[in-house]
Each structure stands twice: as C-alpha cells, then as structure tokens.
Design a protein around this ligand. Sequence first.
Ligand code: SAH
Length: 680
Amino acid sequence: MKTFCGRANPTTGAMEWLEEDENYDYHQEIARSRYADMLHDKDRNVKYYQGIRAAVSRVKERGEKAIVLDIGTGTGLLSMMAASAGADFCYAVEVFKPMANAAVKIVEKNGFRDKIKVINKHSTEVTVGPDGDMQCRANILVTELFDTELIGEGALPTYEHAHKYLVQEGCEAVPHRATVYVQLVESKRMWSWNKLFPVHVEAEDGEKIIVSPSEMEDCPGVPSVCDIQLNQMPSSDFTILSDVVTMFSVDFSKPVRSASTSYRVQLEPVKSGKAQIVLSWWDIDMDPSGMINCTMAPYWVKSTSAFQWRDHWMQCVYFLPNEEPVLQGEKVYLTACRDEYSVWYKLQKTRGKEENKAAVRVESPVCRCQAHLLWNRPRFGQLNDQNRTCQYIKSLTKVLQTDSVCLCISDGSLLPVLAHCLGAKQYATFFFLKFFKANNLEDKIKIIEARPELLTSSHLEDKKISVLVGEPFFTTSLLPWHNLYFWYARTAVTSHLTSSVTVLPQSASLHMMIVEFQDLWRIRSPCGTCEGFDVQTMDDMIKNSLNFRESKEAEPHPLWEYPCKSLSDPQEVLTFDFRKTVPEYSLSTEGSVNLLRKGKSHGAVLWMEYHLAADISVNTGLMQISDEKGNCEWNPHCKQAVYFFSSVIESETLSDLPSAVTYAINFNTKTGEIAMDFKL
Ligand code: SAH
C-alpha cells in the first residue's frame, strides 16, 4: 500500500506530497531507534541479567514455578535471560509490531521457542485466563520502560495496570526499585537555556537595552524535560549549591500509583548562590538488597571508575520557575511534582502551611510568556550568546541607513528589534507581540502574518525593501542546511526588493570534516551477540531500515555532547549566494579530503557558516579544531549533521587506514535536498 503524506519542505518551503510506503514510519523509527544503544549498554545488560537470575532463584527457593512477565520485550533480551536463568515460562509483551516480529525470530533463533511467548499487544490489552494471552498471573515482573526522566515513557501507568491485572501479589520485580536524585545548582550557562538575558546594543545615540517581557520573569516554562549528556558539562560551568539528595523512589514489586503527586525534601545549601537549576538522574536496584545497582549519576558524583557511556539514558536539567537566592546553611524546601509522565520542580524558602502533602497543588506548568513555546532550549542559548549578537549588531550597523526599509525573515528572531535600535524603519514577518510590548515597539515594527511566498505590496504599504535580513533560523529546520529556506524566501520576495537591496547574510557556506567519535559511533554499530544471545536479526533490521531510502541521510546531533577528534582539516564544500536568487540548476561538488591523523573515520560532520557582511561570519559548527583534550569544540547551540560511514563502523580492525576520503555532494535546488556520497 502507498500513502501520500503532505509536508512543507523544510528547505524550499514548498508544500509537497510524498508517496510514502506504509512502512515508512516503522523504518524511520527503527533506523533512529535506541535499541542498538541499549544492546551496547553492557553495564545495564549485565545488571539486568544478575537481577533476573537472583529473582528466579528466590522464586524457585520458595518452591514455586517461575512465571515471568516481560513488558516491552524489544528484542526479547530480558525474557531470554530469564529463560536461561531457569524460568519456567515467559510472557514477552511488545506493542511495536516490527519489534514483536523481530522478537519472535530472535527467540526462535536462540532456541527459546518453548519457553517464551511473544505477545504483540500493549500490556494494558493483555488478558489472563485459560483462553487469555497469559494462562495465569506472573510471579516475576521484568521491564525496561524507562527514559532519562524515568517515567516519561509511561512506566508508572504500565506498572499500575500490571500489578492490578497481570502479576501476583508479592511478586518479584526486576528492577526492584528506582530512585530519583536531585542536586541544586547555579549555572549561567544552563540558565541561559531558559530565560532571555537583557541584550545590550551600542547605537549611535547611546546604549540601548532590549528587555524580556515581565511575564518571563517567573514563567514556569514548559514541562518537557531537558535531557543532556551532563558528563560533557565542565564543572566550571556550574556551581553546586546542595548535596545530592533522594527526591523519591518507586518500589516496583508493590502496587504502583500513577496519579499525580508531589514529594518534598529539605535542603541545606552548602554554598550561597542563586538557585536556578535542579540537576537530576536516577538509579535502579535490580534486587531488594540494593547490591545490583545501575546508576546514571554524573562524573562528579559517581565513585566507580568504570564508566558506561550510553545515549538512551542521560541526565535531566530542570529549570526552577525563577531564580532564588539561597544562603549557605539556611534551609530551603524543594518540591518535585509529577503527573503520569513528567516531573517539575519548585523551591520554597519556608515550609509553608501545606504540611499535608495532598494539599500541594500539582498542576503541570504552563508557559505564560510565550517565549518557551517559541524558543526551545538551544535557541534560548543561541539568542543569549552575546558574541553572536555582536556579529549581527556589527553587520547591521554597517548596512543600515536611517531611511532603510528592512524586512526580517526568521522565526522568533531578535533581529527586527536590533535593527530598530540601530535606527531602521522596520518590517518583520514573524515575531511575538509580548516582546514588542515590553520594548514599546508594537507600533514601530510591523508583523506580517503571511508566508514570504504570499507577501504582497499592501503588506509593505507599497514600499520597497532596501535591507533584507535573516539569521537565518527556522523552527522547521532539522539539518543545518534546512535554514537555506531563507534563500528560497529571499527568492520569493524578489519583486519587493529595491534594485540595490542589501541581503544579510550575503551568503552561506557548507563545511565538512572527517572525525573519529569517542562514543557516538556506537549508536549505529551492530551488536551481533548480547550477553551470549544472538541478536543479529536486530542488526539486520536496523540496516534494512537505514537503507530504506535509497540515499543514506545525514542525521542531526548536538556535537558538544559527543566528543570527537578531527581526522582531516575542515573544508568548505559548497557556497550559496543570497544576493542572487536560487538558481535553476543544482549545485554540486566533488573532491577528496586528506586524513591527517590516525584514527577510525566514523563519519563526516557538516555544518553551515553564514557570512553576514564582509569579514563578519556566524559559524554554527566547528569553533575550535582541538581543545586541551584534543577534542573538537562545537557550537553549543546548534545541531550539526553527521553522516556515518557504515563500512568503518561495522569493521572491527583498524588495518588499511585510508589516507583520504573522496566525496560527492549535490544540492538539488528544486527539492532543497543535499545528497552525499563518500568513499574511503
Ligand atoms: N526489553 C528490551 C527493550 C526495552 S525498550 C531491552 O531491555 O533491551 C522498551 C520497549 O517497550 C519498546 O520496544 C516499547 O515499544 C515497549 N513498550 C513500552 N511500553 C509498553 C507497554 N505498556 N506494553 C508493551 N510494550 C511496551
């Protein structure tokens, strides 16, 4: 079956209808899934196996048959562990059909057909009884339904249901318990992902300050978790204000309640400062004694030297609704509220009257200032990057005249405000009003509620545009070159531009470098066997999905979180001249890059640079080729594109190191797509 799916092309902006295979979503999900990463997580796998063996033994010691329920079996891994540990029977439940099919194959290949029944259902649909999916209730409950926030994938409602309907009272659970930890910190860097700092603009008539709306001050933001590789955050970027404390824990062997609730702890700051951020992570105890523990604790907390890199579980950054000064030794109260799927925090100086927990209002935060709806965390960081802002101010100062009529095309951009401060008569295509109100600009900057393609001269009051600006930044962009939409928009508004129009940025360039990743390569590397079980079926399935689209694609990753070393020099591969309209023909290039250092060429990293005006550029990729650890330093507010070389990632040896990589890159101006091919 073929389906047609409508979507706006992120680069060209054109509405297009794509003929999608019915399996398209499946392939996307599998190709980009974290299954491989989980199977590579040795620490997790070993501890699950230990916990499962211990649980099966405890049941056997009681003289009972060991009946296992494995919810979210994925590849069937945990069920196979249980069967190997001597379980009498396993019910392996998996809701995602392609995975359930894979589990059937993997279970069979490993010889567990008689011991494991794969049930392709959501656990809440599973029936128990002589004619049901399960003959009887299980006495061992095994799951791995956790995300970085622990509960974001619906673990609580799943457990709640399982205890009511699918498992026996007093069952064993692996993991047995999860504990959520928090630590209060001050961090200008992380706080800049949540609030807009005042922007200082040096204009001819003195310094002007752009301020954020007062609603932003105590806006609780949006409840979506900010999960990052906290281990990549240098200790110089935050100040610890409290010890690590246990916020709450969940015993999975007892009935679980998923209803909204809150937890409160008393903290005694170890340092005076501004409480802004709650850092959080969890651990799971695989057995009741707590001897088999798998922890996500970051580097400054963890005592063990054996460090497990993983990407499927990271650490959480929570932003307090507003910053709160705290004094060393002066107690404060931290409250964690949660609903079924997410957690948020607030800090109070006094205990308050609400002694009784139930009285604490548990309402999911709602953004009141609009900014958290318009800007995501990296975008906040980008707008707060004073260096970057300076480049725009410098280049705007160069191009703006007092009689300039300026059109800005970028999503949620501060450029119209900067340009106004610098004296231009303004038009903006898109912005949010509260911001203009806060800066008394409602009647100075006109918001045009039309896509650039539909711009008419009446929108512009019959004026011609003399300065066209863009960051460019668009929320629909996933890959770096998607922001070339600015070029298409510029082409669409051509008839409204004066003949001597200044376009800022005047051009862009695509850059590339070959790298060796410290860890990121793992997410695309095959597993083969996992704890002695053959999971190659999974590898084949991922490979098949990756090759589903004829041309392999690059994928976006925020590389500041994923250390890598450069193996080649950075190279400019394509340029895009915004002073001219988008050409009819494709832009293509080919060549080769020399590999200057020894290492595994895991892939090519690609990024964009925008040339605002002569000698003023903004770089969204490589900031420094080698830091003190020898790793590349990347723009922390942008995702870069990574094109993995599967042949290198799949090979075990380091022999036959190539001395160069040849490439062919083609930008199809009609489709806005960049196709690339590399040979090692
Ligand atoms: N157990 C495997 C895979 C864990 S990933 C392992 O440890 O390697 C979690 C899996 O659970 C996903 O495949 C997801 O589709 C599935 N899942 C999540 N909630 C579920 C539910 N309530 N019922 C059935 N499957 C579920």
